[in-house]
Design a protein around this ligand. Structure first.
Ligand SMILES: *Cc1c(COP(=O)(O)O)cnc(C)c1O
Length: 243
């Protein structure tokens, strides 16, 4: 935190715009958690750094953030190379031929939505003798423009994942439709639906060693309060931190 001598000679702390945004978001996370009777420590903030560079990320690190999200493989690789002690989350569309840049570098890959990607991650993780943590992306809203498996595809997909080596399935990710207005409830319904899907699948896969469905990655700048009230354990926030 920087300080300067103002005209009255007193040291004045300058709160940067970033710190102000971050504090507001933390307050909003706390109050959404309180509304739902949840512990705010159950909610991980992933700072989506796709639109900013290393200096901005360093400011965020100074403010206490340790998890960052990227949606392009080359950006994740470059930033992870420069800041390898932070946790890098991959939240973008997966191109199978670019997975070699992600496996072993990404703390968590949020956007697995095909058997082809699942198997490719497994092979790369096996070569590196690691287990790669993943989430399965679910297209809850059914919008054609969105990536993700349909809810009805999840049982078979999880069945396949349960016998796939070097993979740990940690839960689900979704993106809600953009809100039309403050009264619009579709995002919240979408988050609730993902939680219910998860709750129904947990007992079915309780015996699968590499499947634990604790994580729900849902909620962005415009809708993270709704997501937390519906059980999000990871929120992915970009614009509200960096504008
Ligand atoms: C960009 C992005 C975010 C962050 O969105 P903001 O509206 O900037 O908070 C979250 N999730 C995914 C998948 C994204 O691509």
């Amino acid at each position: 935190m920087s300080s300067f001598q103002n005209s009255s000679g007193k040291d004045t702390e300058i709160i940067t715009q970033f710190e102000k945004n971050y504090q507001e978001i933390q307050l909003a996370i706390n109050s959404a958690a309180a509304c739902a009777g949840r512990d705010p420590d159950e909610v991980l903030l992933v700072a989506v750094s796709k639109a900013v560079g290393i200096p901005e990320i360093e400011t965020a690190i100074k403010a206490g953030i340790s998890d960052f999200g990227e949606n392009r493989t080359h950006s994740l690789r470059e930033k992870q190379n420069l800041l390898p002690s932070k946790r890098w989350h991959y939240i973008g569309h997966i191109q199978t031929n670019k997975l070699k840049d992600l496996v072993g570098r990404a703390h968590l890959i949020h956007s697995v939505a095909s058997l082809r990607a699942l198997n490719a991650i497994s092979r790369l993780a096996e070569q590196q003798e690691i287990n790669q943590k993943i989430l399965i992306e679910v297209n809850v809203s059914g919008e054609e423009s969105k990536d993700g498996l349909a809810p009805s595809e999840l049982p078979n997909f999880l069945e396949a994942a349960s016998t796939t080596q070097n993979i740990e399935v940690k839960g689900f990710m979704t993106m809600a439709p953009l809100l039309e207005s403050a009264e619009d409830k579709t995002a919240r319904q979408c988050f609730a639906a993902l939680r219910e899907l998860r709750d129904n699948l947990v007992p079915i896969f309780a015996g699968a060693e590499n499947i634990s469905l604790n994580e729900l990655s849902m909620g962005m700048s415009g809708d993270f309060s709704d997501a937390i009230q519906e059980g999000a354990t990871i929120v992915r926030i970009g614009r509200r931190l960096w504008s």
